[in-house]
Design a protein around this ligand. Sequence first.
Ligand SMILES: NC(=O)c1ccc[n+]([C@@H]2O[C@H](COP(=O)([O-])OP(=O)(O)OC[C@H]3O[C@@H](n4cnc5c(N)ncnc54)[C@H](OP(=O)(O)O)[C@@H]3O)[C@@H](O)[C@H]2O)c1
Length: 241
Amino acid sequence: MNIANKTILITGANRGIGRALVNEALLRGAKKVYAGTRNALPNVDPRVTPLTLDVTSVSEIQRAADEVDTLDVLINNAGVAMYDDLSNSDVIEQHLAVNLLGMLKVTRAFLPLLRRSKGAIVNNLSLAALAPLPIIPAYSISKAAAFNMTQSLRALLAGQGVAVHAVFLGPIDTDMTRGLEIPKASPESAALGILDGLEKGEEDIFPDHASQPMAEAWPTGVVKALEHQFRAFVAENAVNQ
Ligand SMILES: NC(=O)c1ccc[n+]([C@@H]2O[C@H](COP(=O)([O-])OP(=O)(O)OC[C@H]3O[C@@H](n4cnc5c(N)ncnc54)[C@H](OP(=O)(O)O)[C@@H]3O)[C@@H](O)[C@H]2O)c1
């Protein structure tokens, strides 16, 4: 997948990693970038088309899908993270609404266009999807669930020509990690790593210095082996239909 001349939609595009992805896609020669945001975005580049898109709003998702006529890449980037200790289930539900169900609802809305273009879905997950960060357990649950969903979508959509990528981000210097005194990568370098991974066709992308050490062992690990083993059920069922 080459970004040049492609049409790309990025959710949560107004700040942080989303904004960096918009800029990186433009640098790589994207034909058009739909920037999904909850609030109006000042338009800076003629190739950027703002889209009002709260990923928890079914009506806004539908309206956004109606406005887009062709799409090669959907980047599900919008996300929330709140500190918690699992004592309040509302906090878990808030994370699931955005980080899991928002991602799924947006994906389903744009799937007809992605099927037509034989396009790609990129889901911005976290290392917390692989092991919980217990200062943000509700967030970790939502990212683990979103990873599981990403694996299922990958298997379900493979026969339809739609590639599904998971991105395991480490700590990135955005509003989300404000106040966390640990080494962080810049959003610009994260965006570069994400689009490099997409262009290289890596189904699981480890885009930054904290996540990269995992990339080498990942393809031969037990999680990947089980994913491949379980994926075979989809192919069997498809043949039996
Ligand atoms: N920063 C990190 O260290 C890190 C690490 C691992 C994974 N990630 C993931 O990377 C993605 C981007 O994170 P970030 O660091 O750039 O975070 P950020 O700076 O806090 O930005 C979050 C973005 O998501 C948008 N958003 C939140 N709720 C939304 C909703 N209901 N509908 C639409 N947009 C919504 C925000 O829009 P508003 O401006 O309207 O709030 C904002 O654009 C997230 O999925 C995050 O989980 C980040």
